[in-house]
Design a protein around this ligand. Structure first.
Ligand code: SAM
Length: 251
């Protein structure tokens, strides 16, 4: 019998949870959740369940991840129905591999329930398609924060020449370096670029500019919430050109 569920909580708006995620939150014995999971979502957890904040954010050590794996296994072995609740989708920059490995190694049956990832949540909130006929034929999810800290080594030339939309997770701190690498690899500094803070949440903020200008705009804005950066010609929407995006920002 399945005793552990790795569940995607989406970007934080309870309306964007899947029906399955909601059902699991209401029937769990214990919910181990990340710090990025919205408070409103946590209010939907059954009041009979134990809520455990495992507080993992990007940049925490692998020891913290090891402790989360150990806890998952211990709770399941104790006979509890465990929900491991992660922001967005568990399979996108969610360290799901380590947790699934720990469960497989200990013979604990688990299921993964997808959630809406930050990139698609931001696209919906801004009413901008990440793909666009003849303009953007691919979407690339990349991290701005490598395992060793700082900007990871990406194939900058492939990204610059590919012509797809880039969705950069955990990239607020390293955006200056990322933009410099892409420009050096041949991407035009005039390529449309957006930074979305708190996508699909009440505190949503959008900075719209170009690849060349966005790092400075973002540094000046000093965001405190999670930030997703989108780069590519698919964003060269009329709404962006006319600067009407502010009107699309959630209240
Ligand atoms: C550790 S990753 C987790 C990604 C998550 N699994 C997902 O699918 O969205 C955390 C990063 O996701 C992005 N992120 C998550 N929620 C966001 C939101 N509501 N608005 C903007 N970016 C968000 C940010 O780039 C943040 O630094």
């Amino acid at each position: 019998m399945t005793s552990v569920f790795l569940v995607g909580a989406g970007p934080g708006d309870p309306d964007l949870l899947t029906v399955k995620a909601l059902r699991l939150l209401q029937t769990a014995d214990v919910v181990l959740h990340d710090s990025l999971v919205g408070k409103k979502i946590l209010t939907l957890v059954s009041n009979k369940a134990r809520l455990v904040d495992v507080g993992k954010r990007c940049g925490k050590t692998s020891a913290a991840q090891g402790e989360i794996c150990r806890l998952l296994v211990a709770e399941a072995r104790a006979g509890y129905r465990v929900v491991r609740l992660k922001g967005g989708d568990p399979m996108v920059f969610g360290r799901a591999t380590e947790e699934m490995d720990a469960l497989r190694e200990t013979g604990i049956a688990f299921e993964v329930v997808p959630g809406i990832t930050a990139a698609t949540a931001a696209a919906a909130a801004l009413q901008i398609s990440l793909t666009r006929r003849e303009v953007a034929r691919s979407v690339h999810f990349l991290t701005g924060h490598g395992a060793a800290g700082g900007l990871p080594e990406h194939d900058w030339v492939a990204l610059a020449r590919g012509g797809g939309t880039l969705a950069v997770y955990m990239g607020a701190q390293t955006l200056p370096g990322l933009a410099a690498h892409l420009i050096e690899a041949g991407m035009s500094p005039d390529t449309p670029a957006l930074a979305v803070e708190n996508a699909a949440l009440p505190g949503q903020r959008v900075l719209s500019g170009t690849l060349g200008a966005l790092p400075r705009l973002l540094a000046t804005a000093a965001p405190e919430g999670p930030v997703l950066v989108l780069i590519g010609q698919a964003l060269a929407d009329e709404a962006v050109a006319q600067g009407t995006l502010a009107a699309a920002v959630a209240g």
